[in-house]
Design a protein around this ligand. Structure first.
Ligand SMILES: NC(=O)c1ccc[n+]([C@@H]2O[C@H](COP(=O)([O-])OP(=O)(O)OC[C@H]3O[C@@H](n4cnc5c(N)ncnc54)[C@H](OP(=O)(O)O)[C@@H]3O)[C@@H](O)[C@H]2O)c1
Length: 257
């Protein structure tokens, strides 16, 4: 290990779902630690805005737009990302969607869309990125799971299933990728103020309830995921694999009444 074990200088990171929210915050943290960051999402205009924001923060960044659930676009997108700097060291599989409905109202299409976006796409992205990591002699796969990889909740059945599944994939992929020196870990956020939670945040009593059952007494700020992401992406975490770091303000570690 070098004398700057948290430095990502010279590393290239692809962060999916990074046009806003947690993905953009993690991309910024990786960039501030020295990585060249490639932000992904479906909407090119929002990605351009994200790159402008990162550049203004002094981060070297580029955008590659593709839908992570589209196998062909995914393959082309990873190839394009790897070609930008001739290497790909870090994948943050973060793009995700939510769908809320009572059990009786769920359709198969709704269920499949959530599982494909949140879980299946991450698996195939890791499959596509691993050869580039192996060729470059450095590899970090990081998935964004959720406290819903540990806890169930009414109405978000496919989300809970997808995040439990993604934690399982973190463990299974770590065993196979480990032989090539590639680690695979997950970050499980609690409740953060992003667009995904817009409907929840509109309900003042829900916002209060979440804060009250969190040891730190508040929701998380997206930038607060940066430290865990940089750590897992860095040489400092070289012997850490198959693990999940929960960043939830203490929501799942204590009974807060
Ligand atoms: N916010 C929280 O409190 C929280 C808690 C636990 C876990 N998480 C997880 O953290 C991740 C990010 O959540 P967030 O709150 O930042 O969500 P968000 O604000 O809704 O952002 C989601 C990002 O994913 C992109 N995206 C969605 N579907 C995509 C697809 N098929 N292909 C490519 N990009 C896609 C979106 O861009 P486009 O729409 O332009 O494609 C956007 O950049 C998700 O996996 C979520 O489950 C969030």
């Amino acid at each position: 290990m070098g004398n700057a074990p948290f430095s990502l200088k010279g590393r290239v990171a692809l962060v999916t779902g990074a046009s806003r929210g947690l993905g953009l915050a993690m991309a910024q943290a990786l960039g501030e630690a020295g990585a060249f960051v490639i932000v992904n999402g479906r909407d090119p205009a929002s990605l351009d805005a994200a790159v402008a924001r990162l550049t203004a923060a002094g981060v070297a960044a580029a955008a590659v737009a593709f839908d992570v659930t589209d196998a062909q676009a995914r393959r082309a997108g990873v190839a394009q990302a790897a070609a930008l700097r001739g290497r790909l060291d870090i994948l943050v599989g973060n793009a995700g969607v939510q769908h809320r409905a009572p059990l009786a109202a769920w359709t198969e299409a709704d269920f499949d869309r959530v599982v494909e976006s949140n879980m299946t796409a991450c698996f195939f992205l890791a499959q596509l990125c691993a050869p580039h990591m192996k060729a470059g002699g450095y590899g970090r796969v990081i998935f964004t799971t959720s406290v819903n990889a540990l806890l169930g909740r009414e109405t978000i059945h496919a989300y809970v299933a997808s995040k439990h599944g993604l934690l399982g994939l973190t463990r299974s992929l770590s065993t196979e990728l480990g032989r090539d020196g590639i680690t695979c870990n997950a970050i499980a956020p609690g409740y953060f103020m992003t667009e995904m939670n817009e409907a929840l945040r509109a309900d003042g009593s829900f916002v209060e309830k979440i804060a009250a059952r969190t040891a730190l007494g508040r929701w998380g700020e997206p930038a607060e995921l940066g430290g865990a992401c940089v750590y897992l992406a860095s040489e400092a975490a070289g012997y850490v694999t198959g693990q999940q770091i929960v960043v939830d303000g203490g929501m799942t570690s204590a009974i807060c009444l």
